[in-house]
Design a protein around this ligand. Structure first.
Ligand code: C2E
Ligand code: MG
Ligand code: MG
Length: 622
């Protein structure tokens, strides 16, 4: 009897089934469909063997029973193809509705087809010489046509939706389909070779090894699911618009070596929670119910206060990030972007606290990402521009310098202001590249125009905190100045108090190198932060710039008035120069002049100009 290949396929599936059932498996629709797909393939091979028996052993099986078994076998072939299509659909159509629509049509076709198989005549042949058995006739042809059509629909769906599918998953399904079609075609022309069942089993094995192997979803040190399994969960929950919450626990460095048993066991015992581990110390718990999540979190926080290990000797204080409404995530990788942002920005996190991520934080993350794309697109497409705001000298009674202020343009050509992108650029270090681009444009401006003829002493350039603490800042800026042969006396770099507090040593090194080269420095935004006078005294700056806030406060509160006057006296005593920013009215200007402020910057004279308008403006002053 020609049942050797089927038996091989059956054994293969049996072994796979035993391994699969003994492992911890993820419970998502792809896996559920895979199990059905697996089961129907198994049944198909069983019926294949049974039909061979029924045909050969006429002494045991009546003609009717033989016919029923043979037709059931053919129907199971159609069902295998149908479940193959279902497996493809789960992967492609995340949303249940679309998936159901395709499957309903396929089910109807399979139903009608099965009925036709039942009604159409089917012949079986037993070749005693070669001991081979096969079925043929209209019933068999209908089966092959139906199954092949479903396979072809799968192929077409995969092709149309190739961008939605994971590449290697697509390849694995294609291998399965290809094997099946090849076997079916061979079996159709050489009916004695009953190899379809075996080919289907091998195809299933490929899918199993590549995707459905439970081992590939496990983080081995903890025994929890791994990051790729988490991706699949988030994806499916999101696509099904299902509510869920995620709790991230960063336990600490390598505590699992000593505390593995205690912590993992404790977490493992929490019911109705799916557990994941990114690394052995980073655990994520997925809850399907918010109230339950709150309850578990309360207990967990309390438990961690008690200590771990023998005699509760190890006290750990993890960092927690709780995302109550994880359904807000648009894509699975957004979760990691969110974690990264919180880890690098949230003070609470740094201080070992519990961070609760609300809707606003998620919305802000998406907004920031949009800005990030806008900025990087603008930088790539050279849509970064430098505007210049004139600075007036009280002594000389004319414009003597200008502050360079960066702008970018969006795709429609609208101006985007620094408040929209500087903080984003700082968060992801794009500020270094942006700073270089701005400085280069300023140097080109100085190179292309005779500064003395324009009556300009210098251009003020803003430096971000990140730039100030960047090791190669001085070297890079000097290289740019050399490239454009810019005399450094025309450059006035503005630092802020935050920069001087954050990475003071690095900043001082950069400042020293640049000052030795001939650049001067100012302290920007004075009056907004702590305005720590100690720091001010320490910083080798030539000019102090009073922030608009301080100027406005001067006209509104007597306390601010007293402070500004006292500070001004001190600064003048130290022989430093001063600039008042944000001067908008004649009254403000007169008062600043009276106080002895050296320079004035503000809308009273002008808003920042693009290069061309600035040149026109400055020439009109001469
Ligand atoms: P800043 O350095 O304190 O610059 C002064 C800001 O005040 C500018 O805003 C300017 O347009 C605005 N301003 C000047 N006079 C007046 C006034 O009379 N009334 C009002 N309401 N505003 C006035 P802008 O251009 O939007 O820049 C905002 C901030 O962005 C700057 O504050 C600076 O911290 C940062 N920035 C701008 N360009 C750059 C740059 O190239 N690099 C870096 N790192 N930061 C920059
Ligand atoms: Mg400034
Ligand atoms: Mg300022």
């Amino acid at each position: 009897m020609n049942i050797k290949t089927q038996c091989c396929g059956l054994i293969l599936l049996l072994v796979m089934g035993i391994i699969y059932s003994r492992k911890k498996t993820i419970r998502l629709s792809t896996s559920r469909v895979f199990i059905c797909f697996f089961a129907i393939t198994f049944l198909c091979i069983l019926l294949d063997i049974a039909s061979v028996f029924a045909i050969v052993r006429t002494d045991l099986f009546s003609e009717t029973v033989k016919n029923i078994i043979c037709k059931l076998y053919l129907i199971s072939i159609v069902l295998t193809a149908l479940w193959g299509l279902a497996y493809v659909c789960v992967e492609i159509y995340a949303v249940g509705k679309e998936r159901r629509r395709v499957l309903r049509v396929a089910e109807a076709v399979a139903g009608i087809g099965s009925l036709a198989i039942c009604l159409l005549p089917l012949y079986s042949t037993y070749d005693q010489e070669y001991e081979t058995v096969y079925t043929h006739g209209p019933g068999a042809i209908t089966t092959y046509v139906l199954a092949l059509s479903m396979m072809l629909v799968s192929v077409v769906l995969i092709f149309i939706n190739r961008s939605k599918m994971n590449r290697s998953r697509r390849e694995a399904i294609q291998i399965w389909i290809l094997l099946w079609i090849l076997a079916a075609v061979i079996q159709f022309f050489v009916p004695q070779l009953l190899i379809v069942g075996n080919a289907a089993a091998i195809g299933i094995m490929v899918l199993y090894l590549k995707f459905e192997n439970p081992e590939s979803n496990i983080e081995h040190k903890t025994g929890f699911f791994n990051q790729s399994a988490l991706y699949r969960y988030i994806r499916e929950f999101n696509h099904n618009k299902q509510d869920f919450s995620l709790l991230y626990i960063d336990i600490g460095i390598n505590v699992y070596d000593t505390l593995k048993g205690f912590i993992a066991d404790y977490l493992d015992k929490i019911p109705n929670v799916t557990k994941f581990a990114l690394t052995q110390d980073e655990i994520i718990l997925l809850f399907r119910d918010k109230n339950y999540a709150e309850e578990v979190i309360k207990k967990l926080l309390k438990r961690f206060e008690e200590g771990w290990g023998k005699g509760l000797a190890f006290y750990l204080q993890p960092n927690w990030i709780y995302l109550e409404n994880a359904a807000l995530l648009r894509e699975e990788r957004d979760y990691f972007y969110l974690l990264h942002r919180i880890k690098s920005n949230e003070l609470q996190y740094v201080n070992n606290h519990f961070v609760r991520v609300d809707e606003e934080t998620v919305a802000l993350m998406y907004k920031d990402r949009e800005r990030e794309h806008q900025l990087s697109d603008a930088m790539d497409a050279n849509r970064v521009e430098v505007f210049y705001q004139p600075i007036y000298s009280v002594k000389e009674q004319r414009i003597v310098s200008a502050e360079a202020l960066v702008r970018i343009r969006d795709e429609e050509g609208h101006i985007v202001y620094p408040s929209e992108f500087i903080d984003v650029a700082e968060k992801n270090n794009m500020i270094l590249k942006l700073g270089r681009m701005v400085f280069e444009q300023i140097c080109i401006f100085i190179k292309n125009h005779d500064m003395d003829e324009l009556g300009l002493h210098c251009i003020d350039v803003n430096l971000s905190v990140i730039q100030c603490s960047y090791q190669s800042l001085a070297q890079e800026f000097i290289e740019i100045m050399e490239k454009y042969q810019v005399n450094p006396k025309y450059i006035n770099l503005e630092i802020t108090e935050t920069a001087s507090v954050n990475a003071k040593q690095r900043l001082l090194e950069n400042m020293k190198r640049l000052m030795d080269y001939g650049v001067i420095f100012s302290l920007d935004d004075f009056g907004t932060g702590q305005s720590n006078l100690d720091y001010m005294l320490d910083m080798p700056v030539n000019i102090i710039k009073f922030d608009r806030e301080l100027i406005n406060a001067y006209f509104e509160s007597s306390k601010a008035k007293y402070i500004l006057e006292a500070v001004l006296q001190m600064i003048q005593g130290m022989n430093l120069q001063t600039i008042s920013e944000g001067i908008e009215t004649k009254e403000q200007l007169d008062m600043m002049e009276k106080l002895g402020v050296d320079y004035i910057q503000g809308y009273y004279f002008s808003k920042p100009f693009c290069e061309k308008d600035f040149l026109e403006y400055i020439t009109s002053w001469k």
